[in-house]
Ligand binder design. Sequence first.
Ligand SMILES: Nc1ncnc2c1ncn2[C@@H]1O[C@H](COP(=O)(O)OP(=O)(O)OP(=O)(O)O)[C@@H](O)[C@H]1O
Length: 312
Amino acid sequence: MTVAIDVSHVVKHYKDLTALNDVSFTVNQGEFFGLLGPNGAGKTTLISMMAGLAKPSSGSIRIMGADVQKDAQMARRQLGVVPQELAFDPFFTVRETLVWQSGYFGLRKNDAWIDELLENLGLTDKANANMRALSGGMKRRVLVAQALVHRPPVIILDEPTAGVDVELRQTLWQFVTRLHREGHTIVLTTHYLEEAEQLCERIAMLKNGRLLALDRTSHLLQQIAGVQLQVKLHNTIVPAALPVGIQSLLRVDESVIEVNKLLFTLKNAGQVESTLAAVREAGGELEDVGVSQADLEDVFMRMMSEQNRGVA
Ligand SMILES: Nc1ncnc2c1ncn2[C@@H]1O[C@H](COP(=O)(O)OP(=O)(O)OP(=O)(O)O)[C@@H](O)[C@H]1O
């Protein structure tokens, strides 16, 4: 498998703060890859270094084989980054912005591709509008077009849907999934976990500058649990009355208090019956039972809390 992005032992210090602490991973060509983590995890720092905008304190990054530090121009050509921040020349029109960006990459005759980008991002009727006259959502569409103007094989989207409306989200995902189908490598950072779950084949989780997990999305989901079981009781029980094996499936440690709601994280649906039987044995009178699949948010929260307890 050909590697599109190779992050090797990257460390980044900002004075006393270690924003990235020996992070290594690879993204394969054609992959849809998710980079997840809470605020301050180091995602934007890592993306800035991929784009050559910040320098690692140590370690290296290669984009399609080109070293971002040693072969900066080549690496830059391979990459399109859709940043979080909106920054444009307000006096340019949308088309001028894209023509100017094409010139940056030495592309003189890029009109056909610019037209296609405008069309796919719903910007055709805004082509001659001044950037300052656009709404925030429209500006964000131009950011995407700008990142793709040189047809880069690798595309990085840094929280592209934060605060945007449903229509833009859909337009954007339609376009990005098309680019992925056509063979582009996509890296996505997002706070919307369901987005990552739907789109990403593999996910890297960062926290406090460390790589906490890296796995196929489906494996990450299986790793924690297949099933959530919610039990509501007419009465209350002391969870400590449950057998130890069943207590260990409880999502929250409520062993010392009386409860009438219990949440279990089970490996598979086969454990539902025995868990319910144990609740009845412990004196629980079932009022309502709900079963649902674990989602990425569960995996994420679990990993974060395990790491806080020093388990991971
Ligand atoms: N230029 C800088 N100077 C000093 N500290 C910085 C700088 N840039 C980032 N940091 C710090 O590095 C850490 C990682 O920040 P970063 O923006 O990479 O996180 P993030 O995962 O992108 O967070 P968010 O989801 O909030 O965008 C944070 O503690 C941040 O305060």
